[in-house]
Design a protein around this ligand. Structure first.
Ligand SMILES: [Zn+2]
Length: 192
């Protein structure tokens, strides 16, 4: 039975690497996958997913108005080998789009694997993650560690000098240089 999976973690835990590996596993078995990445992610060119360790793949860019269900349904009509949907930076999904993912699983009966951050740099939830945590069949944590060795569950935002930033817009895309993943204790100590 097809399921909706939410792979969540703090920054720099290797979510994108796991996504690309999962997609490759399908392709190795003769099945096609659909990859999605937010248009907002301008770290690299749009329409591509890059992992920090050098893997990359072509992806379809989505914005807040993109309809995942209609797009996937249309693609499946043209390609019977299409067997899995994978979404990078799934924290940026809207509530409506998370519902569309559940409809892909329940009506089109193929699995959807969504990968995203659980919380933003203020410790607040992202809309996409919030609803994925509720609606996904399976929740899988991808773990990374704080500088102290404990599991990192929070994301601190830093400026170019390496100082922790406490205020600002929720969405500001950056890689290693803009965020540090931390355990709760060190995150709390850093924002007081
Ligand atoms: Zn720590």
């Amino acid at each position: 039975m097809a399921k909706l999976y939410f792979y969540y973690s703090a920054m720099n835990a290797g979510k994108t690497t796991v996504l690309l590996q999962s997609s490759y596993n399908y392709q190795e078995r003769g099945m096609d996958t659909l990859l999605f990445t937010p248009l907002i992610d301008n770290r690299y060119e749009t329409g591509k997913i890059y992992s920090r360790i050098g893997l990359h793949a072509t992806a379809i860019s989505f914005d807040k108005d993109f309809n995942f269900f209609e797009h996937t349904k249309h693609q499946m009509k043209n390609n019977p080998k299409l067997k899995c949907v994978l979404i990078d930076e799934a924290q940026f999904l809207t509530k409506k789009q998370v519902t569309e993912l559940t409809n892909i699983v329940d009506q089109l009966t193929i699995p959807v694997l969504a990968y995203g951050l659980r919380s933003d740099f203020r410790g607040e939830p992202f809309e996409g993650s919030q609803y994925l945590l509720i609606w996904a069949d399976n929740l899988i944590e991808i773990k990374t560690i704080c500088h102290c060795g404990r599991k990192a569950i929070m994301n601190a935002r830093i400026d170019v000098q390496g100082h922790i930033i406490k205020t600002g817009e929720q969405v500001q895309i950056g890689g290693n240089e803009s965020y540090i993943s931390m355990c709760r204790k060190h995150f709390n100590a850093s924002i007081v």
